[in-house]
Ligand binder design. Structure first.
Ligand SMILES: Cc1ncc(COP(=O)(O)O)c(C=O)c1O
Length: 491
């Protein structure tokens, strides 16, 4: 049967107590069978319960929830009927996704309903710089024939692009050789490739809470366990980062020190030095995501984190970068900067997944990188204007919301004052706004339901319209809801 081998090859199981905790978060205490089935479906779609996971035995879940076994049996039947579960030889029940379903992580990217009037606030990524992109594309097209007689596979990346990325680090104060650079299909590829290479299932990874959801999902997918440390819009509690590193002895710490997504926080120099020292002491790899570093709106662009690393810890710092925020996410060009031996290991690993990044895309990236200062000189004032327009409109429309104006990055991390972000996000859909509730960014289930991440990547008038629509959605009256997102790890 198609897909059967997938179910057999993954051996993840979810305990009754764990699922019961997630379900009651989602459906309220002691759900009936329909509510139970609906809760499991939600958990599956938003990623808290992974696909192809063995659900607890009916008796076990019934006991954990304090409901009758018949309730669980009926709920599992409903899930099976809807295509959300499958049973094997009458024994175990596994999670499945029916054809046509759209998990939250994928749905976040899809304004494919063709409705141009929908304001998309679900993704904090700016549109492409059209003129620069057209010029780079024309130059790349002219150059492509020189590459056509070769096989065109460059697992490490096109040598000239590696050299250009290395050169930019060197100019920013971090001497870098081309062999320290691996070109990837965006920063996300770089993150998941690195996590998979460095981590073994069960290893701990320190993460910020909240953080970039796709990186959190990559940690779950690699079978790693997140050890969250809080970060707020005022920044990091460095003592807590240090003690978590000491106590969890994590294999990796994934940090976004520059205009952190979603809080916009910028890590201070002194804090960076302390994190480096703590990582040296525990032998932890630092996976530093600098995807947003170029979007410095009110402060000078931060120097690369690794430029502060003293000898002896420098080789533990792995830096990830990307053209997605300076230019365009649709390019899918990112990179890793690391020691050359690690770069070789990453290149070897990436061959088994994607072989190499497209030569044409890399030629485009080469041109764009050459003109990055000009693109940023145009982009940053626009983002500043959009940020300020959004902040002013929100102050006008929803004076009870609070936020701290970030000095860089692409979004406001708004405190709603009460946990109703999921209900607001759902209501906003009816007012032509796509947005994620704050819990989507939570590294711990149950956190950030009182927060909303509002990107300001659209022109000022669209940001103002977005604020008005959110206020209209709010005016419809919302009930505070339990968290609708978060992540759960199953062994
Ligand atoms: C912190 C962070 N890391 C990585 C990414 C993914 O970047 P890319 O498009 O290069 O894969 C994003 C995009 O939103 C991000 O905010």
């Amino acid at each position: 049967m198609a897909g059967e081998h997938v179910v057999h090859s993954v051996d993840r199981r979810l305990g009754g107590t764990k699922l019961a905790g997630l379900v009651t978060d989602t459906a309220g205490a002691r759900p009936g069978y329909r509510a139970l089935a609906a809760a499991v479906r939600t958990l599956l779609l938003d990623g808290r319960v992974p696909l192809h996971t063995r659900l607890p035995a009916e008796r076990e879940l019934a006991a954990a929830l304090g409901v009758s076994r018949a309730t669980v049996t009926a709920a599992y039947d409903l899930l099976r009927d809807g295509g959300y579960a499958r049973s094997r030889r009458g024994a175990s029940t596994w999670t499945e996704l029916p054809e046509g379903s759209r998990p939250t992580s994928v749905a976040a990217y899809g304004v494919d309903d063709g409705d141009e009037d929908v304001i998309d606030l679900a993704v904090a990524a700016p549109p492409a710089p059209e003129g620069a992109l057209a010029d780079a594309l024309a130059a790349a097209a002219a150059e492509l024939p020189r590459h056509a007689p070769t096989a065109g596979y460059h697992p490490y990346g096109l040598p000239r692009l590696r050299a250009a990325v290395a050169d930019r680090y060197t100019r920013r104060g971090l001497p870098t050789l081309p062999e320290q650079i691996l070109i990837t299909n965006g920063a996300q590829h770089a993150i998941s490739l690195t996590l998979t290479l460095l981590g073994r299932p069960g290893d701990r990874v320190v993460v910020e809470n909240p953080s970039y959801p796709n990186a959190l999902d990559a940690i779950v997918r690699a079978g790693l366990r997140a050890a969250p440390v809080p970060v707020t819009d005022t920044g990091w509690d460095t003592a807590l980062v240090e003690s978590t590193l000491r106590q969890a002895a994590p294999r990796v710490a994934y940090l976004v020190p520059d205009f952190q997504n979603p809080t916009g926080a910028l890590m201070e120099r002194e804090q960076r030095l302390r994190v480096l020292e703590a990582a040296r002491a525990t032998g932890t790899w630092l996976l530093i995501d600098e995807t947003i570093a170029d979007i410095a709106l009110d402060v000078p662009a931060p120097a690369p984190f690794a430029s502060l690393a003293p000898h002896g810890v420098a080789e533990q710092v792995i830096t990830v970068g990307s053209l997605s925020k300076s230019h365009w996410g649709g390019l899918r060009i990112g990179w890793v900067r690391a020691g050359s031996r690690l770069v070789t290991e990453l290149a070897t690993a990436r061959i088994t997944t994607d072989m190499a990044t497209s030569v044409l895309d890399q030629l485009v990236a080469l041109r764009l990188l050459a003109g990055i200062d000009d693109v940023l000189a145009e982009r940053l004032p626009r983002l500043r204007a959009s940020r300020d327009a959004l902040a002013a409109a929100l102050t006008r429309e929803v004076p009870e919301w609070r936020w701290r104006l970030p000095t860089g990055g692409l979004c406001l991390w708004v405190d709603l004052g009460a946990p109703y972000a999921s209900a607001l996000a759902a209501a906003a859909r009816g007012h032509g706004v796509r947005i994620e509730g704050g819990a989507r960014f939570g590294a711990d289930p149950g956190t950030h339901e009182h927060r909303l991440r509002i990107p300001y990547v659209l022109p000022p008038h669209r940001c103002e319209a977005a604020a008005a629509r959110l206020a209209a959605a709010l005016a419809t009256g919302l009930k505070a809801t339990p968290p609708a997102h978060g992540r759960e790890w199953v062994a």
